[in-house]
Design a protein around this ligand. Structure first.
Ligand SMILES: [Mn+2]
Length: 355
């Protein structure tokens, strides 16, 4: 945590501000370790405060050794007092994460110049440290285990929601705090919906079933997608699967440091375009992953960010043909000095379930 504060302070220095106010959940937890849902950080060049209420004081004292804990019924009053006490002249606030009402509260309580800033903490979060990689790996292992588990449970006649519940319950039993997002289970014609959240539809023979899910573990997310077949799939569905499989493997084998997000996206897109399915791959190849399930950098047509060791991204090409069906295969990878390391390691060979 103290390393993270160091990095934050040098970023504040560069922007020429004396202090920063942070209330957004992920950034607050990243900087302080605090996992409660109510609290604000006030960080100056030399001091770090966490203002929270009675419910969280004991927890905060345990979780945030680098912070002075201030118990308060009114966070903004306390932040105002801290700003006056520390004599700071400028306070940065996260303009992407605060409401207009919160801004008004700040303005009314803080006797200092308020400066809107973007991405100060997010830019530090781009490169994951060892502790973060460890959490992300654990979140990925839970998702891998859940996939293996669910492949043994799936039967034709089961609904998508029943599959979702198996995944959710299993991940929680393995230590996850929950799902990292609403689980997608899309079967048959619904597999052509890239974000088809689980419905009451029953799984039938001859269908592909796409499952996109992830674990939320100690503040970190995993995000995996696998598509399985129920009975022998039609030649066209098999063809779609094989193309997505090739595109995904080629991308995972090639992505590495010093490549832009755009270049990474092109690797998989080219494979799919060459087979004539380019117009059925309408989303980007992947996204950053960490404390939030969608972070920077993107692996997309417009992403100029250069990938660097320590960045964690998803690789998830897909093909979706209306009324026919679709496939998506997704892994989480961490960029390394020489290429990347897969965090999710479930098999990608087409699994045909004969039930
Ligand atoms: Mn994803």
């Amino acid at each position: 945590m103290s390393k993270r504060l160091e990095k934050l302070r040098s970023a504040l220095e560069k922007q020429d501000v004396d202090a920063i106010f942070v209330e957004s959940e992920a950034n607050r937890r990243y900087l302080s370790g605090f996992s409660g849902t109510a609290g604000a950080l006030f960080i100056t060049k030399t001091e770090a405060y966490l203002v929270t209420d009675f419910r969280y004081v004991e927890q905060a004292k345990k979780q945030c050794p680098s912070f002075d804990i201030v118990e308060s019924l009114s966070r903004y009053d306390s932040i105002g007092e801290l700003a006056s006490k520390t004599g700071i002249k400028t306070v940065a606030f996260e303009k992407d994460h605060i409401t207009y009402t919160q801004y008004e509260w700040l303005k009314n309580h803080v006797k200092a110049e308020l400066l809107p800033v973007s991405d100060i903490v997010e830019n530090i979060r781009l490169i994951k440290d060892e502790e973060e990689i460890r959490m992300l790996k654990k979140a990925a292992v839970i998702a891998d285990e859940a996939f293996l588990h669910v492949t043994k449970q799936i039967k034709s006649g089961m609904t998508e929601r029943e599959i979702r519940d198996e995944l959710e319950f299993f991940m929680r039993k393995q230590g996850a705090d929950g799902s990292s997002f609403d689980i997608i289970v899309a079967s048959g014609w619904r597999s052509a919906l890239p974000h088809g959240v689980a419905s009451e539809k029953k799984i039938e023979k001859g269908e592909l079933v796409t499952m996109d899910f992830g674990a939320y573990y100690q503040g970190y997310c995993s995000d995996i997608t696998r598509t399985v077949a129920i009975g022998e799939p039609s030649p066209q569905l098999k063809e779609i699967y094989d193309i997505v499989y090739d595109a995904q493997i080629q991308a995972v084998n090639t992505i590495g440091p010093n490549m832009t997000g755009k270049e990474a996206d092109e690797i998989a897109r080219q494979v799919i375009e060459e087979k004539g399915y380019g117009s059925y791959f309408g989303h980007s190849l992947g996204h950053g992953l960490g404390m939030e399930v969608h972070e920077r950098p993107r692996l997309s047509k417009n992403e100029k960010t250069v990938l660097q060791p320590g960045m964690v991204v998803t690789v998830e090409p897909g093909i979706y043909v209306p009324d026919v069906g679709g496939t998506r295969i997704e892994d989480d990878i961490v960029i390394t000095e020489n290429g990347n390391e897969r965090l999710t390691t479930s098999t990608k060979e087409l699994i045909i379930i004969e039930n």
